[in-house]
Each structure stands twice: as structure tokens, then as C-alpha cells.
Design a protein around this ligand. Structure first.
Ligand code: ATP
Length: 237
């Protein structure tokens, strides 16, 4: 299928991140360039400390590059005002973390409803949408439970429902199965695949697990010491 420039959702150009000053600086990410198309599923694969989370956090707008630029849907992130950055994170990006990051005193339903509290939909409509999302991830019977009353796999499915609630253009997943046993990890990966396949949502999955990366992604970018390892086929297309 032919692609054109308008297919490109994310474009990183020479992105670097150094922590600390001068001689003592740690170059967590060095001159990374790649693009992600709408609907594409990309994995960032690398060992612990290779810079994957730093890179993902910069794409999420949670951290700023010290060099280069990140452009998402035509906006250069470093040029966004704080208010525009908050809109970007709320409206365009969904995130899933290894530690699930659910709010412990809210039920599954209330956690999933959360990204919608700022939009114009009324409470009843938001609740109906959250119920539908939880049903889709197989948690129809668990909606009124708090995170501590759910298994790890169930908590991550709540997090997936929450992340996809606002139909983000970009889903960022940082080791989403890192805290789960291998069969639960497989189920979570299947849920993620089901919801992102044939959808407009592009996904960037960060993992150190090679099998997981190749099972999920259509393109695997290898990271090594803060750089993309182009010899591994990690070419930007
Ligand atoms: N806030 C910080 N201050 C200083 N150095 C940092 C900071 N955050 C990360 N680093 C360093 O940057 C490098 C990349 O870290 P990063 O967490 O991005 O790697 P990673 O590939 O995601 O690793 P892991 O899989 O263990 O999370 C590491 O050497 C780390 O020690």
C-alpha cells in the first residue's frame, strides 16, 4: 500500500537526552531519529538502561529532549504551551505502564471514566462508555472492584480500557506485561493486539523481551546505549 507524508504521526529528529551537567552527564538518549505512521505498531527493544523509557516519556510529553525535536500530528512538542501540552496528553495520547498506575481508591469503572471527566459528555454517557470499554476487555463482572481486589492481569486490562477511552491517536506502552506471569502476559498482549489492529491508533511498545516485541509489532527498533542500532534493521522508513 502506498504511503504519503500525511500518514506520519510521530517524527523524531536527532532526539537526545542528557541528564546532569558536562563531564558527569549521562547521555540517556543520543541522536535518535525515526517515524511512526498512523495505525502502526512499533516496538522499542533494548536492555535495561538503553534509554527506552526516557525516549517514551519524551514522546508522551512528560520529559523534554535536550537536543533534536519530536513532532506529533504536525505539532513540535517543545513549542507547545503548558495548556496545549496538557491537551496533547489528554486528547491524543494513551499510556500503559508496567505498574498499572490505577487510582487505588477508585473502582475499575471510576478509573476508566477518569480521562473523560474533562470532556463535554454527561456523567451517564461517560459511565456507559466506561462500562462498554470494560466489557470489551472482559471485565463486565469486575467493574465495581477496586484495584486491590483485582489480579495483576485484570488491573492491566482496566489500564488498557482507560488508555483507549479517548480513542488516542498514539498509545504508549512501557513494559506493560513486566509484572505479569507469562500466560497472563500473553493474554494482555492479545488484548492490546485486538484493540490496536486495524485501528487508527499507532502504538509504541517499550520492552526488553524480544519475543514479545516481535509478536506484537510490525516493526522492531533496537536500542543500544541510548542509540538506535541500525545494524539490527532498525531503519527509519
Ligand atoms: N532522572 C535521571 N537522572 C539521571 N540519569 C537517568 C535518569 N533517568 C534515567 N537515567 C539514566 O538514563 C539511562 C536510560 O534509562 P532508561 O530508564 O530510559 O532506560 P530503559 O531502557 O528504559 O531501562 P529499564 O528497562 O531498566 O527501565 C540509564 O543509564 C539511566 O540510569
Amino acid at each position: 500500500m502506498p504511503h504519503d507524508a500525511s500518514d506520519i504521526l510521530v517524527e523524531l529528529t536527532d532526539v537526545s537526552k542528557a541528564y546532569g551537567q558536562t563531564q558527569a552527564a549521562v547521555n540517556a538518549v543520543s541522536n535518535v531519529s525515526f517515524t511512526v505512521r498512523r495505525g502502526e505498531r512499533v516496538a522499542l527493544l533494548g536492555k535495561s538502561g538503553s534509554g527506552k523509557s526516557t525516549l517514551l516519556n519524551m514522546i508522551a510529553g512528560l520529559d523534554r529532549p535536550t537536543g533534536g525535536r519530536i513532532c506529533v500530528a504536525g505539532s513540535i512538542l517543545s513549542e507547545l504551551s503548558p495548556a496545549a501540552m496538557a491537551d496533547y496528553r489528554r486528547e491524543r495520547v494513551g499510556m500503559i505502564f508496567q505498574a498499572f498506575n490505577l487510582i487505588p481508591w477508585r473502582t475499575a469503572l471510576q478509573n476508566v471514566e477518569l480521562p473523560m471527566v474533562f470532556d463535554r459528555r454527561g456523567k451517564a454517557e461517560r459511565m456507559a462508555a466506561a462500562q462498554e470499554a470494560l466489557t470489551a476487555v472482559g471485565l463486565a463482572e469486575r467493574m465495581r472492584h477496586r484495584p486491590s481486589e483485582l489480579s495483576g492481569g485484570e488491573q492491566q486490562r482496566v489500564a488498557i480500557a482507560r488508555a483507549l477511552m479517548n480513542r488516542p491517536e498514539l498509545l504508549l506502552a512501557d513494559e506493560p506485561t513486566g509484572n505479569l506471569d507469562s500466560s497472563t502476559a500473553g493474554e494482555i498482549l492479545e488484548s492490546l493486539s485486538r484493540f490496536t489492529e486495524n485501528s487508527e491508533t499507532a502504538t509504541i511498545l517499550v520492552t526488553h523481551d524480544e519475543e514479545l516485541a516481535y509478536r506484537f509489532a510490525t516493526r522492531v527498533l533496537h536500542m543500544l546505549d541510548g542509540r538506535l542500532d541500525h545494524d539490527s534493521g532498525a531503519v527509519s522508513v
